[in-house]
Design a protein around this ligand. Structure first.
Ligand SMILES: [Zn+2]
Ligand SMILES: [Zn+2]
Ligand SMILES: [Zn+2]
Length: 404
């Protein structure tokens, strides 16, 4: 929901984790808008968020004040790399800050705040994307095809880099060069592993199992043509704040297709969400569950994440006991970060939970992303996703029924 955090010529910027245990604020002058964010698409960022990227904004307030606040907080520290430390909420997994060595040589590090944890302030053009970095890691361009046209003016397009901004090859355009063959070979299993490796699972190729089912027996998330699993654009407040990115991308999997990376014929990965929740706290907890842990974000919703690096892993609900939403960023596809050999993407479809962004700065951003993804789908000659066709047909049928 949008909030009215405006004060005369400055705007209050609020960063807060999902469980609300941690909250940081500062004021930014209106004249400094839009603020500039960086999207990092590197392998490590995808594996530490579970998303297709990490998104940071240099903290726009006093460096010494935020340093003091973070260092005296109970935020959990994670050594992301030799030079970068991440700060996350231990309870709900939201990553709020990254500390990197100060560019001016100060002993006090520079802090970036994840854009997903920022309140949805009702100020248009609040944040522009300045750079997309480490695109070469994605192999397929990742999310950049729909993240290059959302800035406040068309003159301010983000710059694209194969590696670091300013010191790697600058890429001229996303267009079609990032499209990969949709029917790339699929290995028997694809690793599902977080940045620290504490969550070390595999997704067994589900397509042969789905292919032999009658179409009427397919789970709702399976594309009846390709037998791939739906991949969508999720902008719900809870997924945004817990992952730290503004748009999260889930696919879906039956728990029967998830396995431990080290198989053992005597015990298997839990086959229902109830068994999974119970397995975490069992006195006979399987050590192969590793660092997998869970936050109950509402009475029937469980968010599974890595307790060490905070990567989002699964979203589960009591009502869908046989399946989970699965973080696409953890899928270690050999073909590309979008894992198109397994995922039937709803490019250009309406983002789910779009009502959550209404009235805030993200509303225009999401609309432009939907439109860019639709142009890209059409440019690649892809049909509308099956799920979108189903929804459009249902809406048309309901409208026709209303007329009668
Ligand atoms: Zn929290
Ligand atoms: Zn990165
Ligand atoms: Zn981890």
């Amino acid at each position: 929901m949008a909030d009215n955090a405006t004060q005369n010529d400055s705007i209050e910027l609020v960063a807060e984790c999902l469980c609300k245990a941690h909250r940081f604020t500062t004021h930014v002058p209106r004249s400094s808008l839009p603020l500039s964010s960086i999207y990092c698409h590197c392998d490590s960022c995808r594996r530490v968020t579970g998303a297709l990227y990490s998104t940071y904004l240099p903290w726009p307030g006093s460096r010494s004040s935020i340093h003091e606040r973070i260092q005296t907080s109970r935020l959990k520290r994670y050594a992301f790399s030799e030079s970068t430390t991440l700060f996350s909420c231990e309870t709900c997994s939201s990553t709020l800050f990254a500390a990197t060595p100060a560019r001016d040589g100060s002993d006090v590090p520079d802090y970036g705040v994840t854009t997903g944890v920022l309140h949805n302030t009702s100020v248009p053009n609040f944040i522009d994307i300045a750079h997309h970095i480490f695109l070469s890691d994605t192999k397929d361009g990742g999310a950049t095809p729909w993240l290059c046209d959302s800035n406040s003016s068309s003159a301010a397009r983000p710059r694209l880099w194969s590696g670091r901004s300013g010191s790697s090859e600058e890429l001229s355009s996303t267009d079609h060069k990032w499209a990969l063959p949709l029917n790339a070979p699929i290995p028997a299993s694809t690793p599902v592993r977080c940045h620290c490796g504490g969550v070390d699972l595999v997704l067994r190729n589900p397509i042969p199992d789905f292919a032999v089912l009658n179409r009427s027996e397919l789970p709702w998330f399976v594309d009846p043509e390709s037998n791939k699993s739906l991949g969508g654009f999720d902008v719900c407040d809870s997924c945004r704040v817990s992952s730290g990115v503004d748009i999260f991308h889930w696919t879906f999997a039956q728990l029967a297709h998830i396995a431990f990376a080290t198989p053992d014929s005597s015990s298997h990965f839990p086959s229902s969400t109830h068994d999974l929740a119970a397995a975490l706290t069992s006195p006979h907890r399987d050590p192969r569950l590793g660092t997998l842990t869970m936050y109950q974000s509402s009475s029937d919703v469980q968010r599974y994440f890595c307790s060490a690096c905070s990567a989002a892993v699964f979203y589960a609900t009591d009502a869908r006991a046989e399946m989970v939403d699965l973080s696409i960023g953890l899928l270690r596809s050999s073909h590309g970060s979008r894992a198109e050999e397994l995922v039937s993407w709803d490019f250009g479809g309406r983002a789910v939970w779009r009502e959550d962004v209404a009235g805030g700065w993200r509303e225009g951003f999401i609309q432009s992303v939907e439109a860019a993804a639709e142009r890209w789908r059409i440019g690649r000659g892809l049909p509308k996703n099956f799920r979108r066709v189903q929804k459009e047909e249902a809406a048309a049928a309901a409208a026709a029924a209303d007329q009668e």
